[in-house]
Write a protein that binds this ligand. Structure first.
Ligand SMILES: Cc1cc2nc3c(=O)[nH]c(=O)nc-3n(C[C@H](O)[C@H](O)[C@H](O)COP(=O)(O)O)c2cc1C
Length: 184
């Protein structure tokens, strides 16, 4: 039996994804793990827009339009590639951050909580036999794109998680030695 530690230690990001993506109760449970993220002040800043099926082409067009807003010189080839990628991923989870800039809990702590939630999603996907990768890019900072997903300023995007079933063995990265990252 695979132990929880084995799951955590064997996760790797991948964008080589095919159908199926999780659905129904399994998807709800994966999102439920995100809502266990540490959350100073119980502000619940995590928001998820699940994009699949026909909505993927709408997402793809919004992403291309956003790319042209933030980087108008982007070559047509790159735009086409991005459109294709967004339109064909089995599922994309748009990561929203519901932020309260005037709250006594600092903004960075609210954003970190969203990051922790995203990490739980990646681990839960892997635990359930799915795969994913968290991607961002300058469009993540585009307030127009954020508003199109319901995150009007001061709310923001934290990027996107591509979701599906790994189409190839997970990349075998060499991971750093923990001893180099801790002081005892
Ligand atoms: C906030 C955030 C944004 C990221 N954006 C991108 C991205 O736009 N493109 C990309 O290839 N990787 C991006 N990454 C990195 C991948 O999600 C992933 O961590 C990386 O490919 C290393 O793989 P690993 O998770 O297996 O270590 C991002 C990671 C984080 C935390």
């Amino acid at each position: 039996m695979t132990s929880p530690m084995d799951v955590l230690l064997s996760r790797a990001s991948t964008d080589r994804l095919k159908d199926p993506a999780p659905s129904g109760a399994q998807l709800e449970q994966i999102v439920a793990t995100a809502l266990r993220a540490p959350d100073h002040g119980r502000l619940q800043p995590w928001r998820y827009v699940i994009v699949q099926g026909e909505a993927r082409s709408i997402l793809a067009e919004k992403v291309v339009a956003s790319t042209l807003r933030v980087a108008p010189q982007t070559p047509q080839f790159n735009l086409d590639k991005r459109r294709q990628r967004m339109a064909t991923m089995p599922m994309t989870i748009v990561l929203g951050m519901h932020l309260q800039p005037d709250h006594k809990i600092p903004l960075w702590e609210q954003e970190m909580s969203v990051g922790a939630g995203a990490m739980n999603i990646l681990n839960a996907l892997h635990a359930e036999g799915f795969g994913g990768i968290w991607v961002s890019g300058p469009i993540t900072q585009d307030p127009v794109l954020a508003a199109e997903f319901g995150f009007e300023a001061p709310h923001k995007l934290a990027g996107f998680i591509f979701v599906g079933t790994p189409d190839a063995p997970l990349p075998a990265h060499t991971r750093p030695d923990p001893a180099g990252f801790m002081a005892l």
